[in-house]
Design a protein around this ligand. Structure first.
Ligand code: NAD
Length: 399
């Protein structure tokens, strides 16, 4: 059983507490910290939390807790993690780990030097559908993964600090690109080195310094591509989709809207519909189990089980650092309009990838490129001659 210090009682502090307290679990938020005592009192009452404080250091150093969960704005992650490491407590930090790779690296070095357990709270690799899809990929269902595309778009974040580049570290890339990048890394293989990034970003709508839309591609050492699409300008709710293609198969994941639970109401249902839902009437897309569907429940199970077993969780501070390094390269590419190298001073995966696509032999002289059944019942094959390289086709008549 763990007694937890929850730093932040905003959107993510609420989801995290829902996940931790939502089932008859053993782990409990024991101390909550936020800026407003009034908010704390409401939060503590709702979630049965014994202690509250508006002093972040006091919350972290509370003698009753052994785990610190960081659910604070991005510019406060490093300070919170530093205090938790100094207190010798396990620390779980929300995404993005930091605003830049340099900041993330300092945090990584700090927890490793202090020898404290550290987990990166990247919930979007834990939705039950994603965990199942990752298992299929590991079992070889897709062959070699060639392309992992991940999209997160919504009409923009709910608090002022997100829109302030100094505090957040950037716009839609740092806010949501971090999710998409880590989802792609999980499908492609976290041991495969991200090599370079090309990225377009713009401020299409909002009067802010940071980007409100971006599309980027990350090239990995084995030739796979991770594509991220993020926007704070999308209308209609929150669009969370992933698409994975391999040499032997494809997976499509849709996490949020039109997932099989559609409601039409002319009068509304009197309250919250789903995160970032824009309307209360008309066609609505509620989510049956929002905390489970977004991965929060499986994420905390993995984190706290790993802590108990003295093992590594699925997502570590090292992963957070790699994601920040990829985002740094993306921001550079937005400026230079060129492919930019992912600078990883500390790379712990494979040095090179020898993974090859397996070609299909057609006969002694030919490799099969493609086979297709035509509308008139014939079958056509496209072949490559092994010796000459010549490409040819053959049509096979049935019967
Ligand atoms: N899916 C996810 O994993 C997910 C979703 C949303 C947010 N987040 C992350 O969680 C963190 C917090 O985001 P949020 O949406 O809960 O934010 P929020 O604005 O809803 O809540 C922020 C919390 O931090 C406290 N706080 C302390 N000092 C503050 C300061 N100087 N300025 C603003 N707030 C301060 C606030 O009192 C509040 O309790 C961010 O790092 C964000 O990227 C993660």
């Amino acid at each position: 059983m763990h007694k937890i210090t929850m730093l932040g009682t905003g959107l993510i502090g609420t989801f995290y507490t829902m996940a931790l307290h939502g089932t008859r679990g053993r782990d409990h938020v024991h101390v909550a910290y936020s800026r407003s005592q009034e908010r704390l009192e409401r939060f503590a009452k709702e979630w049965d939390i014994p202690k509250t404080t508006t002093d972040m250091a006091a919350a972290i150093n509370d003698p009753d807790t052994d785990v610190v969960v960081v659910g604070l704005p991005n510019h406060l992650h490093e300070e919170a993690v530093t205090l938790a490491a100094q207190a010798g407590k396990a620390v779980l930090c929300t995404k993005p780990l930091a605003r830049t790779a340099a900041e993330a690296k300092r945090m990584l070095d700090l927890v490793e030097a202090a020898g404290v357990f550290a987990g990166y709270l990247e919930d979007l690799v834990y939705p039950p559908k994603t965990l199942r899809a990752l298992q299929s990929v590991r079992n070889g269902a897709l062959g070699k993964v060639l392309w992992a595309r991940s999209r997160e778009t919504h009409p923009g974040p709910h608090s002022d600090w997100f829109w302030n580049k100094e505090l957040s570290g950037g716009g839609a890339i740092v806010d949501m690109g971090c999710h998409c990048i880590e989802i792609s890394r999980n499908f492609i293989g976290k041991e495969i080195r991200p090599v370079e990034v090309v990225c377009w970003a713009d401020t299409q709508v909002h009067p802010i310094e940071a980007e409100d839309s971006a599309v980027g591609m990350v090239r990995y050492a084995n030739g796979a591509i991770g594509q991220f699409e993020v926007s704070w300008t999308f209308r209609g709710g929150m669009d969370l989709r992933d698409e994975v293609s391999g040499t032997a198969g494809t997976i499509w994941l849709n996490h949020w809207m039109r997932t099989g639970f559609d409601v039409f109401t002319a009068v509304g249902e009197g309250g919250y519909v789903a995160e970032k839902a824009e309307s209360q009437t008309g066609w609505l897309f509620p989510v049956g189990d929002e905390v489970g569907g977004l991965g929060y429940r499986d994420m905390f199970t993995d984190m706290l089980d790993a802590l108990d077993r003295k093992a590594q969780p699925r997502e570590t501070f090292y992963d957070g650092y790699v994601v920040n390094a990829i985002m740094d390269a993306a921001y550079k590419s937005v400026t230079t309009k060129q492919w930019e190298r992912v600078e990883l001073a500390d790379w712990r995966g494979q040095s090179e990838s020898s993974e090859q696509v397996v070609l299909t032999e057609y006969d002694a002289d030919h490799i099969l490129i493609k086979e297709e059944k035509l509308p008139d019942g014939r079958t056509k094959v496209i072949l490559k001659n092994k010796a000459t390289g010549e490409i040819s086709e053959r049509t096979l008549t049935p019967g």
